[in-house]
Design a protein around this ligand. Structure first.
Ligand code: TIU
Length: 223
């Protein structure tokens, strides 16, 4: 048995096995981070999300340097909206709903400028890019098969937003048997109180959904 590093974490240290870990970066798209996108159309003040970009960039560099598989997700819909149910499309102001035209193209539509991942965090060739129509990264995607082919058992999570697509994806991953570690300083919500609530929820009851840590603690454990 090879000893695995213990990452200081809540609610207790996370035994990180680099033979089966992947990094997952959720939805770091212009539509959520920049003014004029889908996040703002829903009535949110978007600027606090961009503050995590340098931390996520450092995390990506760490994962790439250590040879971990890297997964990027993008939330978005087909131009004809056939994959967007009314329960989702009817949110927000009518002129600013999914599929309507904004300053970065049609809101949350695949291929539009606003749907792109921010330049600083662009996927590299060979990395897994998952296009998802929902909040969870496994809903109507082949990610489960891709991760199993790579013998991935543990997932390190970053991205936005903490209580929507990140938490949903962590819960889906937990049900599928993956151990999940969320980096508190590499995720963000439009609502700071929801970040704290999410961290408390997922780590409660002995890591019922997963663990949380910081990038510095992860880097320290691996150095
Ligand atoms: N609205 C919100 O907080 N999030 C989303 O709609 N998608 C993601 O979290 N990616």
């Amino acid at each position: 048995m090879t000893a695995v590093p213990l990452v200081p974490a809540e609610p207790f240290p996370f035994p990180l096995d680099e033979r089966g870990v992947a990094l997952v970066v959720i939805d770091m798209q212009r539509d959520f981070l920049e003014p004029g996108g889908f996040g703002e159309a829903l009535g949110n003040e978007v600027r606090r999300l961009a503050r995590i970009v340098p931390t996520v960039a450092r995390l990506l560099a760490l994962a790439r340097g250590r040879g971990w598989p890297v997964v990027h997700t993008r939330e978005g819909h087909l131009p004809d909206l056939s994959d967007c149910p009314p329960a989702k499309r009817l949110r927000g102001d009518p002129p600013l709903r999914i599929g309507e035209r904004g300053p970065m193209g049609r809101l949350l539509i695949r291929g539009e400028p606003g749907w792109e991942i921010v330049r600083e965090l662009a996927p590299l060739p060979g990395e897994i890019v998952v296009d998802k129509p929902g909040k969870g990264m496994f809903y109507r995607t082949d990610l489960d098969d891709q991760l199993r082919r790579l013998a991935v058992r543990q997932l390190v999570f970053a991205g936005v937003t903490t209580e929507v697509c990140v938490q949903t994806s962590m819960r889906e991953a937990n049900d599928r048997g993956f151990e999940c570690l969320l980096l508190r300083d590499a995720t963000a919500s439009y609502f700071p109180e929801f970040e704290a609530a999410t961290f408390a929820m997922i780590t409660s009851q002995g890591a019922i959904v997963g663990w949380t840590t910081t990038l510095a603690e992860l880097e320290g454990a691996l150095s």
